[in-house]
Design a protein around this ligand. Structure first.
Ligand code: COA
Length: 179
């Protein structure tokens, strides 16, 4: 896999940090007037993609989203602010962390409502993975997230391998039952 032309070999985390704020409108809510989980996942995906685009400076696709805990409901009329940063870049993939807060517009109170890790893969026009710059972690928090990203990648790979094996075993059992 060759590096993209005119793209540096590494970047600082701050260069791609991203943020977005949305107001929760009636179309975004369930029958209890709370933000739909799927809508929040969409905001998380978008904010994560912004950091991945800024880091890779090419097309990116979401390859995986780790489990999300919805810690607190977000109410109709609240402002939702999401922040994202690239925790670590591997060859063509990047782990991005996204954190979301809800703000009560009247009191100004802000509460943490969800966090997620996503993996984005940089691709070219034909959809082939391309190399991305490395990350240069600088602050203690960035170093902690950088180390954690490697552990989570190993965990994802082990989990994917376990699923593949389980699928193969099921297919073999089905074949044996049918013969
Ligand atoms: C993501 C995608 C480009 C990977 O293509 P691929 O041919 O499997 O590529 P490779 O096996 O060479 O892997 C490329 C990178 O993707 C990573 N990757 C692939 N599948 C992954 C997964 N399920 N979870 C996390 N990372 C994954 C690999 O670890 C590798 O990372 P590295 O280069 O940093 O080591 C391809 O699966 C794809 O296009 N998926 C659909 C993405 C999409 O449409 N997303 C929107 C949601 S529908």
């Amino acid at each position: 896999m060759s590096p993209q032309p005119n793209v540096p070999s590494s970047r600082k985390v701050a260069e791609s940090m991203s943020e977005m704020t949305e107001i929760v409108l009636p179309n975004d809510t369930n029958t209890l007037h709370n933000l739909l989980g799927g809508r929040l996942m969409h905001f998380i995906d978008l904010t994560g993609a912004m950091a991945a685009y800024r880091h890779a400076r090419t097309h990116v696709v979401t390859a995986a989203m780790d489990h999300i805990d919805f810690i607190r409901p977000v109410r109709l009329g609240d402002l939702v602010t999401l922040k994202s940063s690239v925790n670590r870049a591997f060859t063509s993939s990047m782990e991005v962390g996204v954190k979301a807060w809800a703000e009560d517009t009247r009191s100004g109170e802000k509460v943490h409502v969800a966090s997620a890790y996503l993996v984005f893969v940089a691709i070219d026009e034909e959809g082939h993975p391309v190399k991305v710059p490395k990350i240069e972690p600088q602050t203690p928090d960035e170093l902690r997230r950088y180390a954690g990203a490697l552990r989570r990648r190993e965990h994802r790979e082990a989990e994917n391998a376990r699923r593949r094996e389980a699928k193969q075993a099921t297919a073999a059992l089905q074949e044996a039952a049918e013969s």
